[in-house]
Design a protein around this ligand. Sequence first.
Ligand SMILES: *Cc1c(COP(=O)(O)O)cnc(C)c1O
Length: 398
Amino acid sequence: MSGDTPDGSGNGTRVVRAGRRPEWTQGIVSAPVWRASTILYESVAHLRASAAKDTHHRLFYGRRGTPTQWSLADALTELEPGAEATFLYPSGVAAIAAALLAVLSPGDELLLVDSAYDPTRNLSNGLLKRMGITTRFYDPMIGAGIADLIGPNTRAVFLESPGSLTFEVQDIPAIAAAARARGVVTLLDNTWATPLRLPAMALGIDLSILACTKYVTGHSDTMLGSVTSTAEHWPALRDTSFQLGQTVSPDDAWLGSRGLRTMALRLDRHAESALTIARWLKTRSEVAAVLHPALADCPGSEYFHRDFTGGAGLFAFELAGGGEAERAALIDTLDLFGIGYSWGGFESLALPVDPARYRTATRWNRGPLVRLNIGLEDPADLIADLERGFAAWAAAAR
Ligand SMILES: *Cc1c(COP(=O)(O)O)cnc(C)c1O
C-alpha cells in the first residue's frame, strides 16, 4: 500500500510535518488556536500597507484567517503535488459551491458526473440554474468520450471518483486531458481518496475538493471543507471565496489539523478493514455484488488499481433480493454500525442507499444497496455483527 517509502516522503511522515511552519507554531508542536476578528495595526501607515488585495498569510482581519487556519490550508496544499494554495470552508458543500462559482458564469455549461453527491446535483439544479448556468449530467464511465459532450459553452467538468453512493471509479486522466485540450476546467470531489490516495493535480485536475468533515477531521465532530487549486485558478477561487465571505472558525481548523496528523494511519486501517469485510461479503450468498473500488464488481476498478495508491473505508454492497423491510431488518439489527449520514469517522455506519432516483444520464437498476463506513473497530467484530444482520435479513424474508 501507500506511504511505505523510507525516504521521508511516506504518507505518515507527510501528514505529521505538513503545515507546521515555525512562524505559525512558534515552537509549539501544533499551531495553537488564534481567535480574532479585529487585528490591531501599529500606525495608519501600517494599516494602509496591510490593505493590499492579497492578504494570503498576513494578519488583516479575522475573516481572512490567522495562523490556525493557514497552517491547515498550507498542510493540505503540501499534500497535493502541483497545487498553489488551499481555501477552507465551513463544510464540504460550501467548498463545492465556492469552487463552482469561482469558475462558472451565466451562459456557461457544466458537465456533472451522474454519480455525484446529491447536494452537488441540487446546487446545479438550483442556484446555478437560477444564475443561467446549465448542467448536463454524464455517465461516470464516459472516459475520453467526455470530448463529445464538450460544446462551445462548456466551461467546467465536475468529477467525483469513486461516487460516494455507487463507487464507480472514473478515468480521471482521460477526462482531464480531454477537458484541458479544449480549455475546460476540471473539478474533482476527492473526499473518498484524499490526496494521500489520489494526487489529483498530478492526474490533470485543476481544483481538488475535500469534505474535510470526513477523513481529515476523522472524528465525526466537525464540519469543514477545502478546495486546493492550481496557480492558474487560485486568484479566481480566492477572490470568489472572499466575496462570499467564507471563513472557518479557528477551533474547527484546529480540529482539522489535529485530525490530519493521524489521517495516514487511520486511512490505512480503514482501508485494510474495509477490504477484509468487502472480501468476506463477496463470499456471502445474501450478497449479489460488492461495490468496492478494489473489487471487480465495481465499475472502473481497473482505474482504481492504475491511479490510486490505496483504498479507504467506504463502500456498498447489493443484497441478493428482499426489499425495503428486509434491508431495514438487517441494518436495525446491527449493534456496531450506527445509522447516520456522513462517514470517515472512527465509528462504523450502515446506511440504506437508493441511487436510482438521483440518476438522469444513466440508469441504476441494481437491487437494494447498503453503504458501509468501516470505522476503526476490529474487523472480526464488525463481521460478527454483519452475520447477525444477515440472519435478521433472512428471517424478515420468511
Ligand atoms: C459529505 C460529502 C460532501 C459534503 O461535505 P459536508 O462537509 O457534509 O458538507 C461532499 N462530497 C462528498 C463525496 C461527501 O461524501
